[in-house]
Design a protein around this ligand. Structure first.
Ligand code: ZN
Length: 167
């Protein structure tokens, strides 16, 4: 899993946190910080306020997911680190934001209002579906994630929200 390390954390910013109500790790808005650590967060899916928690209770920090790829020893050492850019992190973040906005514009280009389904946590969405979110605006579902989660591309960011939940 790729973590977005580039954005400095601050109140009003966003972070993935365990939601005590949704019982999932989802996109949250930071309400309060203690030093450089988020203390209170608001769930972007259910709007509940609770303490920040990076992952599910009892879950260990994610291990490197190198397991499973049984590449031969000769190639694995070379391919394990992936491509490395020499550009500064800030430039990379900027480029990623531009790419994301372009992808978003392409996804919603020429679509009518009726093509967008209002986002509701209780409903089921599928990959590629266009959604209208009350807070984040128009988005497109880019990925279905195990455990009732959706990755949605919005104009300003990619967010993980829940679906098919009964509250
Ligand atoms: Zn929630």
């Amino acid at each position: 899993m790729v973590r977005r390390m580039a954005k400095p954390l601050k109140a009003g910013g966003e972070i993935d946190s365990w939601c005590t109500k949704c019982k999932l790790v989802l996109n949250h808005r930071i309400i309060a910080m203690v030093g450089s650590v988020p203390a209170r967060v608001e769930c972007s899916t259910c709007s509940s306020h609770h303490n920040y928690r990076a992952r599910a209770p009892g879950e260990k920090a994610p291990a490197a997911s190198a397991r499973g790829s049984r590449a031969s020893a000769s190639t694995s050492a070379l391919s394990s680190s992936g491509p490395r850019s020499s550009r500064s992190p800030a430039a990379k973040v900027q480029q990623a934001a531009l790419d994301r906005e372009k992808a978003w514009e392409k996804a919603i280009a020429g679509k009518a209002v009726r093509d967008f389904r209002p986002y509701r946590v209780s409903e089921r969405f599928s990959e590629g579906e266009l959604i209208q979110h009350s807070k984040f605006g128009e988005g497109v579902v880019t990925r279905l994630i195990e455990g009732n989660k959706l990755e949605i591309l919005f104009k300003d960011d990619t967010r993980v929200l829940a679906h098919c939940l009964t509250m």
